[in-house]
Design a protein around this ligand. Structure first.
Ligand code: ADP
Length: 508
């Protein structure tokens, strides 16, 4: 049989994909490499690139914060300047434009100096800015106005976390009628972390610019307050979160942060899709941050990275098991059980490196411990992207004792860098790390050490198991190689998002 496609000359790939390609607008409050406090920024950069590679026209809207270096990232001012009302005030915003490095993905930056020209993204020295509702209400509204002014009609609004959730609420409550560019669009809302909801007193309602009826049980009302994230949960056609296990967990009281009822109600619209990682940025064979590069077949460079890391952080250069940690220093990440476990851990033949910044109380106690254990514990209280890469490469193991973890990226970076994760069985950590057991070792699928209980003794047992395996180079080498072979790319997950977009566009 002769099929139509075998008779016609083959079209170029981009043309063939065009039939299913969508116009997507991401609204997101941080985007790597421009602005970053955590994993959201990584996903906001790597997912759009993966979607663009599938042929979609994906664009991003994000604030122009003070720290974004305009010249370094090639930002250009557009001619778009327009007013955005937030409560009693109206701000003139200017839009700047650039591309996600190494991609065709356009990023629009919303410039509004009174709201975004600040030292931090969301807070200063651990305290949230008091006008965050105003700031992100402006972002949501500017994002909705933009397509109109670009003469571009998105088919999907994809909003991320509470800072962008009001955009979904606006689409549900009248923006489709007001702004013709959105008339045919569906919205998708992704929960990257349910613990941050953007809850404000109901007296600040006017700042949302939403109609009064939206402050209701079926809308943004939450125990007599207004909850921005709930606006996303109730307003979007489809919901996603960043791992299948977290999608189940957040429907329970233990992880639902008070919104479990809403999530149960909307479970038919909720999909858990594992984050991928940017395998170009996180690639030990090409990483410009490293003193030496390596692959699974040629691991000599990893030993150089370890020595360099020990040397630069003032740790004795010896064959001890080096464990790395890189995280925001907040309760979510299990710092209390780490602190409780530290005396026992420091009695073991290992070195621990912690890179993080966050709550002042954790800074203080970690600093005190670092003084107590010189040569064994290195604490770096800063945000340093290059050092994060060097720790991923130079450490032997990577510890994540999170209380909860929607997905977690560092365990995937670790596996790709041949660094064996030691993680709590929760959220995305449970979905990405295969625990070492006799069966998984024989099958060659084991990639790390998973402990179940959220306690210091369980954490210590996890580390002891890793230490024991480290004494057997063939066992350890098997774990390193299995991790490096793991496909953590966006390939499958980007397709899963494309399926969600299609589902969101189905008539309801
Ligand atoms: P979360 O989004 O909850 O912070 P993830 O594991 O999803 O956790 O992502 C954290 C991201 O932020 C990773 O890319 C990690 O390397 C990075 N990161 C966190 N703290 C620091 C730090 N102090 N310095 C450099 N990178 C950091």
């Amino acid at each position: 049989m002769t099929t139509a496609s075998s008779r016609r000359p083959r079209k170029p790939a981009a043309r063939r994909r065009a039939a299913t390609a969508l116009r997507l607008l991401f609204v997101v409050s941080e985007v790597d490499p421009f602005s970053k406090t955590g994993g959201l920024a990584d996903v906001a950069s790597s997912l759009p690139k993966a979607l663009a590679a599938l042929g979609h026209d994906v664009r991003l809207v994000t604030p122009l914060y003070r720290a974004i270096h305009r010249a370094r990232y090639g930002l250009r001012p557009t001619r778009l300047v327009f007013p955005v009302a937030v409560g009693a005030l109206t701000y003139d915003v200017r839009v700047w434009e650039s591309l996600l490095p190494g991609s065709p993905v356009r990023v629009y930056f919303v410039e509004c100096p009174p709201l975004f020209d600040r030292e931090g993204l969301y807070q200063l020295r651990g305290v949230d800015y008091p006008d965050n509702l105003e700031r992100f209400s402006l972002l949501a509204q500017a994002a909705l106005q933009l397509p109109q002014r670009l003469d571009w009609t998105p088919e999907i609004l994809h909003a991320h976390d509470w800072q962008a959730a009001l955009a979904c609420a606006h689409l549900r409550y009248g923006a489709r009628e007001r702004l013709p560019a959105w008339r045919q669009a569906a919205s998708v809302f992704t929960i990257h972390n349910l613990a941050y909801q953007g809850v404000f007193p109901a007296s600040q309602w006017a700042l949302t610019q939403l109609p009064p009826q939206a402050l209701a049980l079926e809308g943004l009302e939450f125990y007599s307050q207004l909850n921005c994230l709930k606006g996303g949960l109730m307003g979007a056609e489809a919901l996603t979160t960043v791992s299948p296990t977290y999608a189940r967990e957040i429907q329970t009281a233990a992880f639902g942060c008070g919104l479990e009822g809403v999530l149960q109600q909307r479970r038919g619209a909720l999909t858990g899709i594992l984050n991928g990682i940017d395998t170009a940025v996180w690639n030990p064979a090409q990483d410009p941050h490293l003193p030496a590069r390596y692959t699974a077949a040629h691991l000599a460079g990893k030993a150089v990275c370890k020595q360099h890391l020990q040397h630069t952080l003032g740790l004795p250069v010896q064959r001890a098991l080096v464990i790395g940690m890189i995280q925001r220093l907040v309760e979510q990440k299990g710092i209390e059980i780490l602190l409780a476990a530290l005396p026992a851990l420091m009695a073991l033949p290992l070195q621990l490196i912690i890179l993080g910044s966050g709550e002042p109380r954790f800074h203080q106690s970690l600093q005190q411990h670092a003084k107590r254990y010189p040569g064994r514990l290195s604490v770096q209280l800063t945000f340093d992207e290059g050092l994060a890469h060097r720790i991923e490469a130079g450490a032997d193991a990577f510890l994540m004792p999170s209380r909860f973890e929607p997905c977690g990226l560092n365990q995937m970076y670790s596996m790709r860098y041949g660094t064996v994760p030691i993680v709590k069985r929760v959220g995305g950590l449970a979905d990405t790390v295969t625990n070492v057991s006799l069966r998984t070792r024989r099958a060659g699928t084991a990639t790390g050490f998973v402990f179940t209980e959220h306690s210091a003794p369980a954490l210590i047992r996890g580390v002891r198991r890793a230490l024991a395996a480290y004494q057997h180079p063939s066992v350890w080498g098997g774990l390193v190689r299995a991790g490096m072979r793991r496909d953590c790319s966006w390939r499958q997950s980007a397709q899963a998002y494309a399926a969600v977009y299609a589902q969101a566009r189905q008539p309801r």
